[in-house]
Design a protein around this ligand. Structure first.
Ligand code: NDP
Length: 318
């Protein structure tokens, strides 16, 4: 089936693009992907999205965005894209249910995913105490000690969430300062049961079937010791979900899609990128939504221009 516009991804960027594109009459199809609603469905309270003086819950916000997009004629399919051919026209996409789609234009809004440390026990004990999502898994460690790796806003947010459930939260910060915003740092420092371990690296997670402790090394002294914990939460940043597009759309050295300055145009005509997949700097729900809007406007203009040129050349040859 051929579409005018397909949007890959259903986070704030994808749904905002869909709202704008649908209101412009493009009847977009959103392919929701492996995590419908994106990363905000894994967060609890969102306090910094303008328009919510009391804050809102991430999953509720994404539900509202989906309904808003559908209200104007967006269709959402809960499928995965397995392969794409974006060069040339039309753009072609193959889904995990075996179907093949064609589109005049495509907006990529596939977001990013949590990074892992790369230690062996991390994957072995994933789901048995190792996690990258406090909101998803914190409940399992009620009244027990846990560790959070990282010193960014994500790590602070995870630590604060866990501090309300767990007996002790050990934050493992690899430098002598945090990258997190001042307000988040102040909050973790004020929490009675959050212990910040500066200059500290996790070197191993101890446990056969379940997490029992984390082995840490002090970067300055080289001293190693074990901290008994039941949950090990990794919160060290994200990587863009661009494996599908490698070799087709130009990526930077970290795998983020490169867009033309002040636009969402990628290196391929008719392919646009919005949200965290093209943004290693801001990575906020509101900036993702902003670039989603830009992508829909860019796509709409590009489609109109293309239509005009095709019609003009059709008339010329007639
Ligand atoms: P960041 O990249 O900001 O922070 C990553 C943290 O993990 C840093 O402290 C980094 O240390 C540390 N780190 C990275 N690799 C390792 C490693 N191998 N071992 C140990 N520590 C490591 O990522 P975040 O996910 O925290 O935040 C991303 C963006 O999202 C930011 O712009 C942030 O402000 C925003 N955000 C906002 C929130 C909010 O406002 N509510 C909530 C969550 C995120 P180092 O500093 O030494 O590099």
């Amino acid at each position: 089936m051929k579409r005018e516009l397909i949007i890959i991804g259903s986070g704030p960027a994808g749904y905002t693009a869909a709202i704008y594109a649908a209101r412009a009459g493009l009847q977009p199809l959103v392919i929701a992907g492996p995590e419908p609603g994106g990363q905000l469905t894994k967060t609890s309270e969102v306090e910094n999205f303008p328009g919510y003086p009391e804050g809102t819950l991430g999953p509720e916000m994404m539900e509202d965005l989906r309904k808003q997009a559908e209200r104007f004629g967006t269709e959402v399919t809960y499928d995965l894209v397995e392969r794409v051919e974006l060069r040339g026209h039309p753009k072609r996409l193959w889904l995990s249910d075996g179907s093949e789609l064609e589109a005049e234009a495509v907006i990529i809004a596939t977001g990013s995913s949590p990074k892992w440390l790369g230690i062996e026990a991390e994957q072995r004990l994933y789901g048995a105490g190792v996690s990258a999502c406090a909101v998803c898994d914190g409940f399992f460690f009620r009244g027990q000690p846990v560790a959070v790796v990282g010193g960014g806003d994500t790590a602070c947010e995870e630590a604060l969430y866990l501090s309300k459930l767990c007996s002790e939260v050990h934050m493992l910060v690899r430098r002598d300062e945090m990258r997190a915003s001042k307000i988040m740092q102040a909050r973790v420092k004020a929490a009675a049961n959050i212990y910040i371990h500066w200059n500290t690296l996790p070197v191993d997670v101890v446990g056969e079937k379940f997490v029992e402790a984390v082995r840490v090394r002090n970067k300055l002294t080289g001293e190693e010791r074990e901290i008994p914990i039941k949950g090990f939460f990794v919160a060290i940043g994200h990587q863009p979900n661009t494996a599908l597009f490698a070799g087709q759309v130009e990526l930077d050295s970290n795998g983020y899609i490169i867009t033309r300055p002040k636009s969402t145009h990628t290196s391929v005509e008719g392919v646009f990128a919005a949200g965290d997949v093209q943004d290693p700097i801001y990575r906020q729900a509101v900036t993702a939504a902003g670039t989603g809007c830009m992508a829909a406007l860019d796509a709409e203009r590009w489609l109109s221009e293309r239509r005009y040129l095709l019609e003009a050349s059709g008339q010329a040859s007639a």
